[in-house]
Design a protein around this ligand. Structure first.
Ligand code: RFL
Ligand code: PHB
Length: 388
């Protein structure tokens, strides 16, 4: 087998890269170690920045997004007794969209299987070879158990945090930075109409809570919990009671409904540099992880592959290396901005039990709710800065 770009991993980063390359006449093969059903069922991010929506739309993937997605013009920031709306169009002229990552992934897979480049599910034993040469290759075992070799010009490592690509880059030298936070998120999906028009980010002495949604009939809610908590210890009633406490506001209440999914997610920041070794390029969670408080993970993956697609088209069709040579630095500049913003939102909203911390957090929240300059800084970062 031969292709121009071998793409490891069919998450949003790998699938969108394949699509963007195909639109520019560059062929690729996507190798995914999970099944289609598994990949399409993973519940993850829910907020798309303006840039992400524009990129998907320009790539011909915007039909269902514009039909079923919900455009949001702001968020609420809450601390006990106060709920304040940040109006994004007023503050920075942009909006965000609520459209689940599961739906983005389904749209990408459907487009790929409908005449797009090959997408192979359930491959195993993926190994990358000769990435320092101009003709690297990928060995893998296909779904029928047959050993295969994929010769290529470039390998894109879009295989997420636990993939095989990052270790190959780091083996040639590089650095990683990691921060784990002393809290986790308990997330639920519920068949209940959201009781709010915009997302609510709520600071509370008992811990942070986030009110999000997937559709007019499905709510997505999160609670800050200790990372050692076991999901079995959280009955639906206990979760709803905690949500009632943390979102409490006079004359308003959380809408309850059947809980259809429940899990605990760890929170970490992680950055790996450089995002390139020879002809192997990393993008998305393979190179970086942010805690979800800034809603940045999926959007960063899309920003990376937007830069990478342009750089690879230039390399493979014009034989010019300028954009691939600067890819890692340009991508990392945005990665660090989003890493900072995600850390900032996380640090401002999650309680530690320390009273000094609590006073600093409340002071920062009041500042954002009373100063247009402070609110604009949050709005610009949340809705997404331009991709350079
Ligand atoms: P993905 O989505 O992890 O996709 C990587 C793909 O690579 C496959 N893979 C391999 N394939 C072949 N060979 C191998 N050796 C392979 N190893 C792995 C995997 O099966 C997978 O299909 O990375 P990508 O494309 O970079 O996309 C990034 C986003 O998925 C991610 O940033 C966000 O979902 C992060 N994230 C969240 N972000 C938010 O903004 N809000 C959230 O609420 C939110 N929740 C989450 C999340 C990430 C989670 N993970 C990764 C643990 C919840 C979870 C559980
Ligand atoms: C979600 O809807 O899953 C979501 C929204 C905003 C975040 C994180 C997750 O900051």
């Amino acid at each position: 087998m031969r292709t121009q770009v071998a793409i490891i991993g069919a998450g949003p980063a790998g699938l969108l890269l394949s699509r963007l390359l195909a639109l520019q006449g560059v062929d690729s093969v996507v190798l995914e170690n999970r099944s289609r059903v598994y990949v399409e069922a993973r519940i993850r991010a829910g907020i798309l920045e303006q840039h992400t929506v524009d990129t998907l739309t320009d790539a011909g993937l915007g039909d269902r997004l514009h039909r079923e997605g919900l455009e949001h013009r702001g968020i609420y920031l809450q601390h006990p007794g106060t709920r304040h709306k940040l109006d994004f169009p007023e503050l920075c002229g942009r909006t965000v969209w609520v459209y689940g990552q599961t739906e983005v992934t389904k749209d990408l897979i459907e487009a790929q299987l409908d005449g797009g480049p090959p997408l192979l599910f359930e491959v195993s034993d993926v190994t990358l070879e000769d990435v320092d040469s101009d003709s690297p290759r990928v060995r893998f075992t296909d779904a029928d158990g047959v050993a295969q070799v994929l010769e290529c010009d470039v390998i894109a490592g879009t295989d997420g945090f636990h993939g095989v690509s990052r270790p190959v880059v780091q083996a040639a030298g590089g650095r990683t930075w990691e921060r784990t936070y002393p809290y986790a998120w308990l997330g639920i999906l519920a068949d209940a109409a959201p009781a709010t028009d915009e997302l609510i980010y709520a600071w509370h002495p008992e811990g942070f809570a986030l009110y999000s949604m997937r559709s007019p009939t499905v709510s997505r809610l999160y609670l800050q919990v200790d990372p050692a908590e076991k999901i079995e210890d959280w009955s639906d009633d206990r979760i709803w009671d905690a949500l009632d406490t943390r979102f409490a506001l006079e004359g308003w209440s959380v809408n309850r409904g059947p809980v259809t999914d429940k899990s605990i997610l760890p929170m970490r920041s992680f950055v790996s540099s450089p995002m390139r070794r020879g002809r192997l390029f990393l993008a998305g969670d393979a190179a970086h992880i942010v805690p979800p408080t800034g809603a940045k993970g999926l959007n960063l993956a899309v920003a990376d592959v937007t830069l990478l697609a342009r750089a690879l088209v230039r390399l493979l069709t014009e034989k010019r290396t300028d954009l691939v040579d600067t890819y890692s630095d340009r991508a990392l500049a945005r990665v660090w901005r989003c890493t900072h913003f995600s850390w900032f939102m996380t640090s401002m909203l999650h309680t530690s039990g320390d009273d000094f911390d609590a006073h600093l957090q409340l002071s920062q929240l009041r500042r954002i709710c009373s100063s247009e300059a402070a609110a604009r800084e949050l709005a610009e970062n949340y809705t997404g800065l331009p991709v350079g």
